[in-house]
Write a protein that binds this ligand. Sequence first.
Ligand code: ADP
Length: 152
Amino acid sequence: MEKIALFPGSFDPITKGHEEIINKGLNLFDKIVIGVGVNAGKKTLFSVEDRLRIIGDIFKDEPRIMIMQYQSLTVEFCKKVNAGFILRGLRSGLDFEYEQSIAFANKELDAHIETVFLLSSPSYSNISSTIVRDIIVNKGDYSKFVPKGFKI
Ligand code: ADP
């Protein structure tokens, strides 16, 4: 059976940190679905269309990556795309605290879906979408923090 992982997130916008987790994930899974979560209550800098397009530009030559938007519970979306795994990145102990509670909740909701955590490299562990958004809004050079092929 194909091993499919869902990499869910806001990706507002995608960063080099996300890209590293996706690339490491490609060594473990046959396919990765990048799920761009749409949360009506959350204000984002980039529209969902822009976030999907930016990610699509970056991974246009990788046939094992699919990019989709979703609005449902993450475990429900996993079932829709046949993903048996949820992929998440960990930068620090703080990430771990937060991620552990989400993973436990998802396990309660669907015991068949396993959350897999990958550690970010030290050089990427300080990158966050929040920092990249700040640099973009203040017209700074954000190119060091985003993947090659990132076009606003
Ligand atoms: P969310 O809004 O669900 O936290 P994000 O888009 O911020 O979504 O992040 C998606 C996933 O990527 C999360 O697992 C997060 O911990 C991880 N992540 C974010 N930035 C990095 C980074 N620099 N290195 C590794 N993982 C990261």
